[in-house]
Write a protein that binds this ligand. Structure first.
Ligand SMILES: [Fe+2]
Ligand SMILES: [Fe+2]
Length: 160
């Protein structure tokens, strides 16, 4: 693994943990607002993000690299009924960008088949699905608006 690749892995490990914490904040907020199904959805997403971090760590271990954890950037986002879906979409888009940077490093610079396969087959595959879901949710919430009455009706239709 190139030195830069190691740095990118560790940055990603922290970023996925940060995503998880942000989603925890969102599920707590939604639960307090009574939007229980949306809250459960974000609770699951928070678990998924923690798993993404573990996948990266497990991969580093598999190729015998030491993981030096670096702190994730503080979570300063204020969550509101009007912005939670947009925030989720933003972090997913940022994640996609960061994974693309890793792919570029492994494919074009590091020329590593094993890392490229891991990124494409595991991380990016999952990321494409998540971005689509985040996009869909954001579109729907934008249409509904921030009125808790309408959000409650929408919440009742969600199957979890
Ligand atoms: Fe993730
Ligand atoms: Fe994600």
């Amino acid at each position: 693994m190139t030195e830069n690749m190691k740095q990118l892995f560790m940055r990603q490990i922290s970023h996925e943990i940060r995503n998880s914490i942000l989603y925890r904040k969102i599920f707590n907020f939604l639960s307090v607002k009574g939007l229980d199904n949306l809250s459960i959805k974000f609770k699951k997403d928070a678990e998924d993000e923690m798993n993404h971090s573990l996948w990266l760590q497990d991969f580093m271990e598999k190729v015998n690299e030491i993981v030096d954890f670096i702190p994730y950037s503080p979570i300063t986002e204020q969550i509101t009924l009007g912005n939670f879906a947009e925030l989720a979409l933003q972090v997913e888009l940022m994640t996609t960008e960061m994974l693309n940077e890793m792919l570029q490093e492994s494919y074009e610079i590091g020329n590593s088949v094993i890392i490229t396969e891991f990124l494409l087959g595991t991380m990016i595959k999952e990321q494409i699905e998540e971005t689509e879901k985040a996009n869909k949710l954001n579109d729907q919430i934008k249409n509904i608006g921030e009125d808790v009455k309408f959000l409650q009706l929408y919440d009742n239709t969600i199957e979890v």
